[in-house]
Design a protein around this ligand. Sequence first.
Ligand code: CO8
Length: 263
Amino acid sequence: MAETRLHDNLVLDRKGPIHVLRIDRKKALGALNFEIMTALGDYAMSLAADPTVRVLVITGTGRGFVAGADIGGYHNAAQTVFDRFQRRSRQTHDTIAALPQITICAVNGYALGGGLELALCCDFILVSETAKVGLPEIKLGLMPGGGGTQRLPRLVGPMRAKDLILTGRMLTAPEAVEWGLALKICAPDALMDEALALADDLASKPPIALAEGKQVIDDGLDTALSAGLTLEQRVLGALFATEDGKEGIAAFIEKRDPNFKGA
Ligand code: CO8
């Protein structure tokens, strides 16, 4: 176990090809201020360039995952301060969403506002039975600004997104799974084990196919069906030409386990 504190409120645990990043701000239920958002973005930027890491798990501490942006920091703040946070959060969210690694968000408690928006940047969301998720910005006279109005409707459809965004209500963990907002519900004590089991499974997969599969799905969502289908065929053709593609097929024929090398 190699834990490093990247920031007062961010702890990184490196487990070989898996990184576990924990937001550690228990007293404020994980609320994100400008400094944490910056540290998170800087870490994600460096991770994007690290081919030795295949999976990132993001989680929180105690009963909060991230209860949103740090509201206290914006009480009577200048417009420029608010705008600076918005720009920073856009960079951080976009960097995490575009990571070549597979990302798993293990939501241990409240994921509200910017907390849910951070989770929505991840490939998989697992929720603890105690988790509550929502976009309550409307109660502050605002609306989401970290991707909530765009990423949530793409995941759960526009009507359900409007339900959460316009009422500001929270979903329980079973409701989040029922909506397709989370993949799986876990007992609180089992959340990290389940997240790490999924991470282990993903980390054992052929790395190029893993990264390309993610990218093609994400890019396809941003494009017309015919362009997405063309992209899919092109990338599959390129994967067929990789050593891992040849190894996977040979291993099947020879009835043995494949030895993928990421080439
Ligand atoms: N920011 C700062 N502090 C917070 C936040 C937050 N988002 N959420 C909770 N806290 C703090 C509380 O102030 C409290 O601190 P203290 O003990 O010092 O008083 C501590 O965490 C525990 O919170 P509660 O006592 O309120 O605990 P409860 O169990 O009673 O309630 C809730 C938990 C329901 C999560 C409640 O704390 C809550 O409603 N929090 C705010 C949730 C929210 O509105 N999030 C969205 C924020 S806006 C956003 O994310 C995007 C907009 C970006 C613009 C930024 C401008 C604001």
